[in-house]
Design a protein around this ligand. Sequence first.
Ligand code: BGC
Length: 703
Amino acid sequence: MSDTTERYINNLLGQMTLEEKIGQLNQPAAGDRISPDVVQQGKVGSMIRAASALAGRDTSGSEDAEQANIIQLLAQESRLKIPLIFGRDVIHGCRTIFPIPLAQAAAFNLELVEIAASVAAREASACGIKWTFAPMLDIARDPRWGRVAEGNGEDPYLGSQMATSLVKGYQGEDMAQPDKIIACAKHYVGYGSAEGGRDYENGEISEPTLRDVYLPPFESAIRAGVGTVMSAFLDLNGMPATANRRLLTNVLRGEWGFDGFVVSDWASVSELINHGIAEDKAQASSNALHAGIDMDMCSDAYIETLAFAVQAGTVTIQEIDEAVRRILRIKQRAGLFDNPFTDVSRFTRDVLASDSRQIARQFARECMVLLKNSNDVLPLKGFHKVLFAGDFSQARGELYGTWSPDSHLEDCVPFEQAMKGTAPEEVDLWFEQDYDRALDYALEADVVVLMLGEHPGRSGENANLSDLSLPPGQASFVDLMVSLNKPVVMVLLAGRPLVITRQMQQVDAVLFAWHPGIEGASALGELLFGLSSPSGRLPITFPRATGQVPIYYNHKNSGRPLTAQGWFTSRYVDIPSSPLFPFGYGLTYTSFEYSNLQVGHSKHGNVITISADITNTGKRAGNELVQLYVRDLVGSVTRPVRQLKGFQRLVLQPGETQRVTFNLTEEMLAFCRSDGSWGVEPGGFHVWVAADSATGLRGEFSL
Ligand code: BGC
């Protein structure tokens, strides 16, 4: 931050009354309870969403920007004219809805992630939103947790790469540009470890696991310049994240040098009372402020109690000043002091632009994961009558997924229309949601495509499950359809891994489509009818049974490892210990062979170079995601059995071979030791060039 900016902020701070300072720390949700004079008095620093804030009516599109402008005008009437920041959950697109975040991770395409986030920023900013509460960077090892849909899955390396791309996409080089928005790395930290997969629950994470697994995506976001961070709801290791000074101040600011501001999650300041570490709002506020929460989201705790706390001496004016300084810094960095208003004419140009839809189509195509394809039943060829049957065979809004508050149903091409637009003309397409009627059609059809899985409301915030199987009724429907002895393809819409162990045995092909967004149906049609090939890979392990969770690929060995033979090893007596599908898994319409692994060690800079040949052994061109994994064989603390350290995509024509090369630096092998120190330990390592986390060519090297 330049000296001029800091001087500007300090100068402003010098003119502020205590009341005005506390106002900057206050973030209410827009709604009728905010009266214009509160803004005019400088008692609001930020507001969640602009729509209907003062008018009390629902608005959308350009009207949002108009509302935002009206509120900014009120702020200009305040004594110091400090603009507000409008925040909103723009999670996977604003009006152009992209695949849900978990699906985005499945595309393993960082460039596309960044482009999609920049489209979301362009659209959101055209609607008067300058701050998104995204990306969610919580590592999730338990798919019962509904918010697994909103994150990047289980892997810290992928999660960190995604964090960088998302922050860059939202904020760009300069977040003051009118089409950029401030990102928010959330939920700091450990939120995905909620016990039993129940949202908001407590979590216990050891220091090495926190450092190795849960913190890295956040550190990457900070390195990428993220402007804000949101604290998590949970109680982590006995201290609610919203009151955790060590993590919010020592680690985030002290170790990583974060100079933006931290917002609490919704009412999580006053929830410190429920956690039992504060008696009342006053104590909750001072705990949170001491810990490093700068802005109070929707508790009204700061605005109601901080002035008294200063008088009573439980918080100092210096602490308040520091929080205000951080918020003003981000407002300044986001260009709000120069121009707090949104050009409403941008809406027609920037929202739902045709190139945005194309990006959404590409993303939807690339995120879907082919899990089974017996006898090459896909792509559908030579079938005259194709029946789409089951719950989502007329899907529209269901394609959007959780957290798509700005979506409009009519923007999404109806399923039927999308299929007709992608299927060959001579094919008869039938669509039937009702199970009984679908049976009648199925008797006449050549192939049945079952459209099943989760409604979007079944994943997302607090949409937790105790049973990951298909929703009620769907399994019997599959039983019935496969009993007809026709080819059956199962397409699943879902916000999380589902347990489909039985169905995997029954149907010929399974395509996991997640909630693929606004262009999801057309993308699905392209894949089913062979206009393109699937290329998504699982960013999270799929269990065989709900009782296997938490299950993740980068686990540690026990003294009696999962892979060893014998009775007294770590295992279940009723099912195999291995997952149904490992992290990184996914098929396509061709096949690949890996050969000629070489591992070289250049002492110069201590770089390990790993290379292998990848050959397309099938009959179609194809896109292969080549993954690099390592294992540190002996450490001073136990090490995971594998860790992802890189991935590259190759596009190969039939019969073509390409050599892939990865460079592994020493720094990439560092980890947290039991004394809290961070470093690499000499010794032997295994390395794999692999198509997923359970297979691959294995080599060795030593440091
Ligand atoms: C969620 C956050 C979200 C916030 C504002 C909370 O309930 O946990 O992720 O950003 O609401 O909508």
